[in-house]
Design a protein around this ligand. Structure first.
Ligand SMILES: Nc1ncnc2c1ncn2[C@@H]1O[C@H](COP(=O)(O)OP(=O)(O)OP(=O)(O)O)[C@@H](O)[C@H]1O
Length: 660
């Protein structure tokens, strides 16, 4: 063992304080509240002071996940949670509480159909595509989430990935938090459950197939389907929209044309309070409600696409489809914004309807005959009057369920991206207005989805929701929301927002009854999306404070110096009993350490050096917190310190000083 070298210790302490910003240091010194959990500004997540620690805490999560997965699933004999916690604590000090967080996910996966296959475990995708044959079996809205890969620009800007897709239906968001006081860092792991979660590397075909379900083949009776791409600007909504469109196109090309059957396409966009026809050089169109209470884009051009002709190959057929749609896609209004060079500033709505014209003609003739007779018999019935005055305008609206002729109807919606203030900093006044309008539309959409099944017709509140009326009012209609999110740390708040929003869109899955603080009983929609979250403390300094002698040989003075800087000075207010050296400190467990703290309100002022056997800490406004928490935190901080010093000494070839 080397002798105690106090000059080294002083030097190390000086290095540490120079590493830090003096202002922050002053803030740490003056602060005495630790319980205020406030999300930091997003810049904090990338600042050199905390970035590496947050990245390390995410890596720890992955480590724990893979360790448990291996122990729990590969082997028939699972290890107990307690043993798992000890192993995890040993390997990743401070991460023990991830065990009860990760374990249920793995056990659930095992029950629900994870199967062992040779050396690997395959996950059965539990996403059930909504079937129009069995509308009762599928939810009105299914939610799929697609995180896009990190872009090279994001990687170059020191961003890191904050999303882990841990199963085909769940996703974990790692929310780094720098507490307002600046003296605490933590990572909250939030796990969300959805109907489907794509991996960052999942291809467009897979995404398109899942989003479409079986709609193109099953040819439902009257019930249509809507796929809505929703999310932050620049996260891949248009990219996903095109992926779904491509899959749809391929499916259509496979259908063999029959006499009288054809596909009709309308494509228009909502920009501000107006609608523009993308199939007709952006001519303004109106969205009106017809006699059947159906919302129709009046004046929108309907393009006819004939199904595969005799002797025509699938490729030729898709080329024909492209010919119809290409010019319209190019006409979408886009702007270069801070986040996306070609940001869509409008909500575009593409409707593809497969119609049986022969049947349609028969029904039309029958209907016209019925109306004529009704008119002859004394002025016609109510419906007759309405139809003659407003509705019979070519083309006849055969998409109304009353006709029962729609073989299949699909609507693809590419929403404009939601933006936060920080994304709009360099925008002109007009762009700000546009951005506010986009956010208003998205809020309406969210409200309408949440209000599904309730009376009130909230859909009338905005043009976008009026156009999508069937999604909220027609019980046989099925909708899929594909939420796109960015994995970059810089977009963390936005991703959190998107995921929280789509989590509450999982309508009809449960209601939570509870009593709020004021004793008022309330029924809240149960946010099924958020299944669980847990928070893990992250050390502020990357492994220790720079001491270069093992904890066992710390003198009481060393202990005091360490307490002053450990966890960013969090224990700086602690007054320790006289004579506690490193060895004595290591001999205490979490509980005994906790008992040494006096956290009562009367004792919030720290006493002088050696003034008794109780460590007194300042609890700040909210009192002193729980003893066990303090004890655990100190225990973990000391273990992290010990590990760091051991590693450092081994690296420097001084491993003879390390006692194992
Ligand atoms: N899953 C993905 N894989 C690869 N690249 C992607 C993916 N998702 C998006 N991108 C790329 O990210 C960029 C932005 O995508 P896109 O224009 O689709 O975003 P957006 O959400 O529609 O944005 P806005 O709302 O501003 O229109 C594009 O360059 C796109 O190619």
């Amino acid at each position: 063992m080397a002798s105690t070298d106090h000059s080294d210790l002083a030097g190390a302490l000086e290095d540490v304080s120079q590493m830090r910003n003096p202002e922050r240091e002053a803030l740490w010194a003056s602060t005495n509240a630790d319980a205020r959990k406030v999300l930091s500004y997003r810049e904090n997540l990338l600042s050199p002071a905390v970035r590496s620690q947050l990245v390390a805490s995410i890596a720890n999560y992955h480590g724990v996940y893979w360790l448990l997965r291996h122990c729990q699933l590969k082997k028939k004999n699972c290890i107990s949670s307690e043993l798992a916690r000890h192993i995890v604590e040993y390997a990743w000090a401070g991460s023990g509480r991830l065990v009860p967080f990760v374990q249920p996910l793995l056990l659930r996966g095992r029950k629900e159909g994870e199967v062992e296959d040779g050396n690997d475990i395959k996950l059965k995708p539990p996403v059930k595509p909504a079937s129009s044959k069995n509308p009762k079996k599928s939810a009105a809205f299914s939610i799929l989430v697609r995180p896009r890969p990190m872009t090279s620009a994001e990687t170059a800007a020191n961003n890191y990935d904050v999303i882990s897709t841990t199963s085909p239906t769940s996703l974990t968001l790692h929310v780094g938090r720098v507490h307002r006081s600046g003296n605490r860092l933590s990572t909250e792991h939030r796990r969300y459950e959805f109907d489907g979660v794509f991996g960052e590397g999942d291809g467009n075909d897979e995404v398109g197939e899942k989003a479409l379900g079986t709609v193109a083949e099953e040819q439902g009776e009257g019930g249509g389907r809507t796929v809505i791409c929703y999310g932050q600007t620049g996260t891949g909504k248009t990219y996903t929209f095109r992926a779904v469109l491509d899959v749809m196109k391929k499916k259509l090309a496979k259908l063999k044309g029959e006499e009288g059957k054809a596909v009709y396409i309308t494509f228009y966009e909502i920009h501000g309070k107006k609608c523009y026809d993308l199939m007709n050089e952006r001519k303004t169109i109106k969205v009106l409600t017809d006699a059947n209470d159906k919302v129709v884009p009046l004046g929108a051009k309907v393009a006819k696409f004939e199904l595969r002709r005799e002797g025509e190959g699938e490729e030729e057929c898709t080329r024909r489809f492209d010919g119809i749609i290409k010019a319209a896609l190019a006409l979408r209004s886009t702007t270069s914004t801070q986040r996306n060079d070609v940001s869509s500033r409008s909500h575009s709505i593409l409707t593809i309807t497969l119609r049986d014209e022969e049947e349609e003609r028969k029904v039309r003739r029958k209907e016209e005959e019925r109306l004529r007779l009704a008119m002859e018999e004394g002025g016609g019935d109510e419906r007759g009057e309405e139809v003659t005055s407003r509705c019979v305008s070519p083309p006849l609206d055969v998409s109304h369920p009353a006709y029962g002729l729609i073989r299949s109807s699909l609507r693809l919606v590419d929403l404009a991206g939601s933006e936060q203030n920080v994304d709009t900093g360099k925008m002109a006044a007009q762009d700000h207005k546009e951005s506010a309008e986009i956010n208003t539309a998205l809020m309406h959409l969210k409200e309408c989805i949440r209000g599904y099944g309730k009376k009130g017709g909230k859909y009338r509140g905005h043009l976008l929701t009026r156009v999508l009326k069937e999604c909220f009012e027609d019980r046989s209609h099925r909708s899929t929301v594909v939420a796109t999110v960015s994995p970059a740390a810089v977009d963390l708040l936005h991703s959190l927002n998107t995921l929280n929003h789509v989590a509450v869109m999982q309508v009809g899955k449960g209601v939570k009854r509870g009593t709020d603080k004021g004793g008022v009983k309330r029924e809240k929609e149960f946010m099924l999306g958020v299944v669980e979250n847990t928070s893990v403390e992250v050390p502020l300094c990357e492994g220790g404070v720079g001491f270069n002698k093992p904890v066992e040989i710390w003198t009481p003075q060393d202990v005091k110096r360490w307490l002053a800087v450990a966890n960013g000075g969090k224990f700086g207010h602690v007054v320790m009993p006289a004579g506690v050296d490193g060895r004595a400190l290591l001999g205490l467990n979490e509980k005994t350490l906790g008992e040494l703290f006096d956290v009562s309100q009367d004792n919030v002022q720290a006493r002088g050096d050696g003034e008794g056997s109780t460590w007194v800490i300042s609890g700040g406004e909210g009192g002193g917190g729980r003893r066990s928490d303090w004890g655990r935190e100190l225990y973990q901080a000391l273990r992290i310190e010990q590990k760091y010093i051991e590693k450092k000494l081994i690296k420097e070839g001084k491993d003879s000083e390390v006692t194992w």
